[in-house]
Design a protein around this ligand. Sequence first.
Ligand SMILES: Nc1ncnc2c1ncn2[C@@H]1O[C@H](COP(=O)(O)OP(=O)(O)OP(=O)(O)O)[C@@H](O)[C@H]1O
Length: 589
Amino acid sequence: MRTSMALASEKQHVAYYSATAPKAPTFQSLGIRPAIANALHQAFPHVKQPTPTQCQFIPSIISGRDVLLKDNTGCGKTFGLTLALLSKPRKRIQYDAASGDTQSPAPATSVTSLVIVPHRDLAHQILYWIQRVVEGAGSSSPLLNSIAQVLVRDGLKHMTSGLTELKTNPPHILIATPGALSDIMKEDQAALQLDTLSAVFVDEVDYLIETLPVKQKESRVLREKARRKLERHTSVTKQILDVIYRDRIQAFDAARDRSEDDEAAETARPSALVNSPQLIMASATLRNHLRQYLYRETGWILGEGTEKVRGSNQPAAFMLERSKDGETSPADALGSTAIQHHVLVVAEDGTISNIRGALPADNAGTPSKKDDPSTVGVNEEQEPSTPLESTFPGINPEQLAKYRKTESPYHPSSLEAIATTFALDVPSVALLVLPSSASVHRAVFDLRELGVNALGLDFTLSDSGRAHLQGYPASPGNPQLLVATLSTVRGLDLPELTHVFVLGVPEGDKVRGKSIDAYLHVAGRVGRFGRGGKVVTVVQGTNREPAVKTSRSEGVTELMEPLAKDDVTRMRRILEEVWVKPTEFELFE
Ligand SMILES: Nc1ncnc2c1ncn2[C@@H]1O[C@H](COP(=O)(O)OP(=O)(O)OP(=O)(O)O)[C@@H](O)[C@H]1O
């Protein structure tokens, strides 16, 4: 049974397509400027026509409506939004020469769109896409700076050369991390020209704005308490949006004050007449409690005309044959049906095995080394010990000396499980995701000692970093393992990626929305735009059979392990929550 929402969204698609029949929509027919649509075809020949979701949100972005966008990882949200923002008319400031400072006149243009992203590499990925489109239009790169600039914390560069460039040559699109933005706001807020912005796009919004789930029967008092707790840890992004949307917030507060009762106050919203930039927020995991928070608490969202795009919401084929009253699975956030989920358990004695209860391997459609022609003839037995260059890229001599003398925080058998799987199964590029606070350099060091071609993920490195954005490995025939942390992988698009390794249970000690979403985002680095992929989570613990109990009321058997609090159990629960069954990794049968 499908939900009424899924049916409504399907009807919308059908209506859209029949309205535009017989011709399928093109980027141009949605409002993308012809020059950009043409450049897009030059730069990204595989992007032939917009997806149904892009068909929904691009016209809204162009027309200036607020948009809340939720759709699968890897389905083109950020890409489509970038194209739409590029197509928005450039803001020009009427410079009044008579009153201005003639020594340093204000620039005639200002920032049109502000894109807020959670980390540096995503900022550079978006900049790279824009650069390709600019080049596709036949323009030279000096022009790029007037079209897009990145502002991220990079030592003090963002406060020196970054700030100067922003002031003298404001870009059409400014892509920034919250930390760098807040530094600039403290130093010279005027440089950001917030008053003349046309649009603000917050990507991975649920990561940047933390909210708590609102329980159905929770009292107002408890809700208020939770709200105050969150307010004490107000995120930088919240503070930035409070400044940009101060007019909306004022109107929101006034509308609340005018409300006759509590219920009316809850639904009070600022009106569309308030002069403030269009607000766009997107994520594959935009949960209801965040929506409610945005509407009820912030005052940033307009009352009328906000477009809510929820994507296709079609159930993925790999999800368990189960339906909670027709609800779609959280695993729908992963677009591909061809992702294999594996969990390897490392026992105290160092033995490595598949998690108990994993389904027999079914590798149809999932890439592995044997599918890659460049690895044919390679003696797999010798792969793990292939000598590497003796260098440790990105690690300075002092760190190296320290690592050689100190014990690693990583469990050797966990790294060995990753090294072995990488050597035998990865054809080209894999990603290892560590916990947020873990040391990337130390993991790179340890893995290189094990013979793995490991490298810290960094799109700012001109050769190797760029190569991954372009979709080919830096050294063909020599697979690479990119190492990053949970906080730096959201939204990344690595076209060559076939495997994601996850060390430990994502987001720690409790299974809750945050850890489930973290797993979905990490897993969503593969299987993008219909491609296959493997997610291999490596956890330590005891590989026992899951506890099973029988529910008397319904006579059905269900999984229940309330007592075990180890990582194996937590991982089992996360997969349960996203309705995914782990499959065996053949190497560890
Ligand atoms: N219309 C299209 N046709 C073909 N490929 C597309 C299209 N739109 C985007 N893509 C490709 O899809 C890939 C993923 O895009 P993008 O990173 O925007 O996804 P996303 O939905 O933002 O993912 P995430 O939720 O993980 O951030 C990119 O490699 C892009 O080239």
